[in-house]
Ligand binder design. Structure first.
Ligand code: KG4
Ligand code: ZN
Length: 340
């Protein structure tokens, strides 16, 4: 079974072809960094227009890479949310048109489900249920992944997402955009003990995350310490918070593995700390390769393949959604992230 996947929920346009036996036949990606860099963040209108321009050539290139025609594809999967609504609509409408034209089923994929199932694409031995730390530009959640389409949210952020905190720290330190990788590079040159920074909600009886106070503390430290030391201290504080909250969640669930996914899972310090935590608990640790952590279409095609295999397809009038929680029963938490 071959699935064409499309991703356009934020600032990456991507198309990929993935088989249900985990072979990635093609994956193409066009970033928009240059278009957004002058603004220090993603501008929704610019993003939507860039998706329109980039998507069709990327799909053609992915099909050519795989040596396939659209007729040889078994299903079309497109991100249907959550994310910047203009961009989501571009990808979803394109997916609908291709599915309709080729007479193939459409699968509307939740972008977060793409991240959540991505470790099963890279690791064939990863079984349900697993505890997932999902850390991206718009989210910071702990989820128990019970099966395809069944997610129990254990914790989320009450204010900023963790990737957002990385991006804001980069901006405050003048490190440019996108911020996560720049902060990680600067942190490698700094001393994490130099700048005292808070660990919001560490040790709290409630399960959630918070990063707004950390960001404010970083802004107060700017000008009083070397940028490298601030970056290192910030990253250490983030790792401390993630570890504390994940440890708390591990005590409350039965899981086969600890998994980290999403853009911030590309961070070496985050990966290493989670690996150590898993080992201390005698659990398997799984993190997708870096290219599969940050936004891409292979994870959307894979989530589509998993849903298709489970008999889950969608009608052509399925809506695009700016907000779309993975666990609809989870209570709303004040200020939780809105991006993908
Ligand atoms: O999953 P993703 O590509 O897009 C969203 O769905 O949000 O995540 C993007 C986020 C950005 O905030 C980016 O700064 C962060 O992931 N990120 C990193 C690293 N690479 C990307 N954060 C910390 N360290 C990194 N190496
Ligand atoms: Zn993402």
């Amino acid at each position: 079974m071959i699935v064409l996947g499309l991703e356009s929920s934020c600032d990456e346009t991507a198309a990929a072809l993935v088989m249900h036996d985990r072979r990635v036949l093609a994956h193409r990606l066009a970033g928009q960094e240059a278009a957004h860099a002058p603004f220090g963040g993603v501008v929704p209108e610019i993003a939507a227009r860039a998706h329109v321009e980039a998507l069709e050539p990327l799909i053609a290139a992915a099909l050519a890479d795989a040596g396939l025609t659209l007729g040889q594809v078994d299903a079309v999967a497109a991100t249907a949310g959550p994310g910047l609504i203009g961009g989501v609509m571009v990808g979803l409408v394109t997916g609908k048109a291709l599915a309709h034209a080729a007479g193939k089923p459409l699968i509307a994929v939740n972008h977060l489900e793409g991240h959540a199932l991505s470790p099963r694409l890279s690791d064939p031995d990863l079984d349900f249920p697993y505890l997932l730390l999902l850390v991206s530009g718009g989210h910071c959640q702990l989820l128990l992944v019970e099966s395809v389409a069944r997610y129990r949210r254990l914790a989320t952020t009450i204010d900023d997402a963790v990737g957002e905190a990385f991006d804001k720290t980069a901006k405050l330190l003048g490190l440019g955009f996108p911020g996560g990788p720049a902060v990680e590079r600067a942190a490698a040159l700094g001393d994490a003990r130099k700048v005292p920074l808070p660990r919001p909600l560490k040790g709290s009886p409630e399960p959630h995350f918070s990063f707004a106070g950390l960001k404010s503390a970083v802004s107060r430290a700017v000008g009083h310490h070397a940028p490298e030391d601030i970056a290192a201290s910030f990253q250490a504080a983030v790792v401390d918070c993630l570890l504390d909250r994940t440890k708390r969640a591990l005590a409350s669930v039965e899981a086969t593995a600890l998994v980290v996914a999403g853009g911030v899972a590309a961070n070496g310090a985050v990966r290493a700390s989670m690996q150590a935590l898993a080992e201390a608990h005698g659990l398997r640790f799984v993190a997708p390769p870096l290219w599969l952590c940050t936004d891409n279409a292979a994870m959307i095609a894979w989530a589509g393949a998993e849903r298709f295999a489970a008999g889950l397809t969608d009608p052509l009038d399925v809506p695009a959604r700016a907000r779309w929680p993975l666990d609809p029963s989870a209570e709303a938490v004040r200020g939780a992230g809105v991006k993908a």
